[in-house]
Design a protein around this ligand. Structure first.
Ligand code: ZN
Ligand code: ZN
Length: 388
């Protein structure tokens, strides 16, 4: 099925504010909510379509990418997009309720409920595990190629003894006697307008629809224990300091086989000894000896892929910038590669021996060694642009 434009799905303008987008989504979500449209497949599709549109348009990064590249920019399957917040395929109802539960008045967040699970008339709530955060420090080389990193995470995992249920043995779980498993109760209230019926979360089971009769002796009935998991994260090329990748479902396990949280990976850059990063370009400050600048020659320049030889023209001035094309970093969206800019300065010896001093004094007598007006002007301009 051809995907519809996300703005069209929510019925908002391209320049809609975050608030307008949220309001538009809430309206659609209520209209197509499975509880209001039991068994209606078309409504379910519309409900999912709206959630997908909201997932993208409510996230400034994803929205910017969508505005620039359309649906193509959202595909998680393309190349290295895997963990990079990509949006691969449809969302399950559980995803929608756990991600946007707050929109329907749920709680979400740390150790909270992930909203309603399932749909189709049932309203049991499921716990959502909290997100986990890790930092990863990358060298320029790793950023240029992309890299796989393994993390040994200390985190909550489903209790192996009760398989996450929180109950001891098969008879440990019982359908909640108060709500008969629905997770909610109808309450009659007398008002001046007559009897009002309101549906609220079941106070006995907290909305889960079942109660644990015999608690698991390993986890005390929580269904989760503190454990360890090794997670491999594929970091795409071109990432930069401060970026955050997310792997859904790799965070802490949720209580009672609930929805796991996400693993968030914060990118840090290790400073390089020789190269300075400027977005996708790299800068190298080359200190040239005066004779090489005057006579010309060959120098070695460090790049990410090792050192390369670069020709220096006779009469090279300080402030000259040599551009080595495509020797920078690849862009994170896969479009193009930056350059390596070699910024030339001239080295002046700090001490001189007698012969050197004499030779330089001879040179200084020649008008050819005095900077002429056009060179002065040129270097002045160059110097100025470096700071713009
Ligand atoms: Zn257990
Ligand atoms: Zn109950």
């Amino acid at each position: 099925m051809e995907k519809r434009d996300y703005y069209e799905v929510l019925g908002v303008a391209k320049n809609a504010s975050a608030d307008e987008i949220k309001k538009a989504y809430r309206k659609k979500a209520i209209q197509y909510h499975p509880d209001r449209n039991p068994g209606d497949k078309e409504a379910e599709e519309k409900f999912k379509e709206a959630a997908e549109a909201y997932d993208v348009l409510s996230n400034p990064d994803k929205r910017a990418r969508y505005d620039q590249f359309g649906h193509a920019g959202m595909s998680g399957a393309a190349g290295n997009g895997g963990p990079f917040g990509g949006f691969s395929g449809g969302m399950s109802m559980d995803d929608i309720f756990s991600m946007f539960g707050d929109i329907f008045g749920g709680h979400g967040g740390f150790g909270g409920f992930g909203g309603f699970g399932g749909g189709g008339g049932t309203q049991q709530r499921r716990f959502r595990g909290s997100d986990l955060r890790v930092k990863v420090k990358l060298t320029l080389k790793e950023i240029s190629t992309g890299v796989e990193k393994k993390f040994k995470l200390k985190k909550y995992v489903p209790c192996p003894h009760c398989h996450g249920s929180g109950a001891e043995g098969n008879s440990g779980v019982e359908t909640c006697p108060t709500c008969k498993g629905s997770g909610s109760v109808i309450r009659n209230q007398q008002t001046i307008l007559g009897t009002m019926q309101t549906r609220t979360t079941c106070p006995t089971c907290g909305g889960e629809g079942h109660i644990i009769k015999n608690k698991c002796k390993e986890c005390g009935g929580e269904g989760i224990v503190y454990g360890e998991e090794v997670v491999t994260v594929k970091i795409p090329q071109g990432v930069s300091e401060g970026m955050q990748l997310s792997m859904s479902g790799k965070g802490n396990a949720g209580k009672h086989n609930g929805v796991p949280g996400d693993l968030l990976i914060l990118i840090e850059e290790e400073a390089d000894k020789e190269l300075i990063r400027d977005e996708n370009d790299l800068i190298y400050n080359l200190l040239l000896s005066f004779p090489t600048a005057a006579l010309g020659g060959t120098v070695e320049i460090p790049t990410i892929d090792g050192r390369v030889k670069v020709k220096i023209e006779p009469g090279t001035q300080p402030g000259k910038v040599l551009r080595l094309r495509n020797k920078g970093l690849p862009s994170v969206n896969g479009y193009g590669t930056g350059d390596l800019l070699v910024n030339v300065s001239i080295y002046v010896p700090e001490t001189l021996n007698k012969d050197e001093k004499k030779a330089l004094e001879e040179m200084d007598k020649s008008d050819n060694f005095k900077p002429n007006t056009s060179i002065k002007e040129k270097i002045f301009r160059k110097f100025k642009t470096l700071f713009e």
